[in-house]
Design a protein around this ligand. Structure first.
Ligand code: HEC
Ligand code: HEC
Ligand code: HEC
Ligand code: HEC
Ligand code: HEC
Ligand code: HEC
Length: 240
């Protein structure tokens, strides 16, 4: 951790947790014992900004629940736009992940496990699927499928970026979602600054140094900038 990053403490008025362990201890837990980011916001522990520039208001939440009629009795799912539009802008999901029409998306668990539909975020950045049946299927008893407190349920959302680093003799970059979402909602970055898919974004040091991509924030003001002592904060991958 560089000095510049330390000085960035308290941005957006949210507490600063240096390690995932410290954050994970502080976050409220869902019924399965996994970190609950929604509850953290409701409880006032976190107040991430909706946009990069401070003072920009978020879109008002959309109070629209969509019911997925169950293919298997008792397994209905209520999709809450209110929760999702707190974090995300409409164009993160519509139309690239789901068509904007109730019943128009042939969602199955198999597709979710394969990273489609809900599985684009759930299990990669948002809470995972295996131990959390009852969070989506409200009719399912909490420990019907998985024992409560299964700690495989932690989703950190770390992404290794290595399209140009190793070929240029630099350790690959590790982007940590958990660190960034303490300060920013998804809508600050997706889909305008980064397409929501690992490997989809072309990022270079030139872009960074001219205030694009990661450099939208890592400019030495909003967050630590590019300097000799910060290279290894970003180029931090331990090796193969
Ligand atoms: C996290 C992903 C996500 C986000 C963000 C999101 N939606 Fe949706 N939206 C869905 C899903 C899932 C459905 C249900 C699709 C289905 O039933 O197949 C849906 C359905 C809809 C429908 C159809 C409702 C109906 O009864 O036919 C509308 C309208 C809609 N969304 C508008 C919006 C708007 C406006 C926003 C932004 C304010 C938004 N959505 C943000 C995932 C999202
Ligand atoms: C992120 C939300 C989410 C989680 C977590 C989740 N499901 Fe689903 N599940 C869905 C959606 C959405 C559907 C499609 C709803 C529909 O149209 O019937 C579905 C459908 C199903 C179906 C119907 C058949 C099929 O395969 O599509 C079964 C059975 C099912 N889920 C079981 C489970 C079990 C067991 C778990 C936990 C291991 C689980 N689900 C976790 C969202 C979720
Ligand atoms: C674009 C990303 C994205 C997609 C797609 C998405 N979610 Fe979520 N979802 C989130 C985030 C972020 C949260 C906040 C909690 C977290 O991060 O663990 C969340 C929270 C939830 C919650 C808990 C909050 C609540 O309203 O009770 C449920 C349930 C849920 N999602 C179900 C679904 C289902 C079902 C689908 C597919 C139809 C889906 N999500 C698709 C990102 C997504
Ligand atoms: C804020 C994060 C960040 C900092 C600080 C940073 N880099 Fe990078 N750097 C990146 C990202 C992201 C990429 C693209 C990674 C990839 O695709 O492999 C990259 C790419 C590179 C590349 C590949 C070629 C190019 O120009 O894109 C080199 C070489 C590099 N960085 C060197 C450095 C050096 C030397 C420093 C310190 C002076 C540094 N970086 C500081 C994030 C950072
Ligand atoms: C500070 C910026 C930033 C924020 C905030 C952010 N992301 Fe990301 N996200 C990224 C970057 C960078 C990538 C990697 C892009 C790449 O590899 O080209 C990414 C990738 C993703 C992916 C693709 C994962 C995969 O395995 O393909 C998903 C899904 C995602 N983000 C969801 C979210 C959700 C949900 C939120 C909010 C809870 C969020 N992101 C907040 C920057 C951000
Ligand atoms: C929306 C603004 C924003 C964008 C875009 C952004 N960051 Fe950050 N980043 C921050 C802030 C604010 C912090 C300080 C958070 C903290 O340390 O708690 C931070 C912290 C970090 C850290 C230090 C945390 C650690 O792991 O110890 C790294 C590394 C990092 N960012 C890399 C990146 C990379 C790589 C990108 C582009 C792929 C990126 N960031 C894009 C705002 C941003």
């Amino acid at each position: 951790m560089s000095r510049a990053a330390d000085q960035h403490e308290g941005q957006a008025g949210t507490p600063h947790y240096k390690s995932y362990e410290a954050l994970s201890q502080a976050l409220p837990k869902d019924a399965m014992g996994n970190p609950d980011w929604d509850a953290a916001v409701r409880d006032g522990l976190l107040d991430p900004l909706p946009a990069i520039d401070p003072g920009v208001p978020g879109e008002p939440p959309l109070l629209l629940d969509v019911l997925f009629a169950p293919k298997v009795a008792g397994l209905q799912v209520v999709f809450s736009h209110e929760t999702h539009t707190y974090w995300l802008s409409c164009d993160s999901c519509h139309p690239s992940i789901t068509a904007m029409q109730a019943g128009a998306n042939p969602i199955t668990m198999e597709k979710i496990y394969n990273g489609e539909y809900c599985g684009r975020c759930h299990g990669t950045v948002a809470f995972e699927v295996e131990s959390a049946c009852s969070r989506c299927h409200e009719g399912v008893a909490i420990n019907a499928i998985q024992p409560a407190g299964n700690d495989a349920g932690e989703v950190l959302g770390d992404i290794v970026i290595d399209r140009h680093s190793s070929t240029n003799y630099q350790p690959a970059v590790v982007f940590r979602h958990w660190k960034h979402r303490m300060h920013f909602r998804c809508s600050a970055c997706h889909p305008r600054v980064f397409e929501m898919r690992a490997g989809a974004n072309e990022i270079t040091m030139d872009a960074l140094l001219t205030g694009e991509s990661c450099g939208r924030c890592h400019d030495g003001l909003r967050a630590f900038g590019v300097a000799f002592e910060t290279c290894s904060d970003c180029h931090s991958h331990g090796g193969p």
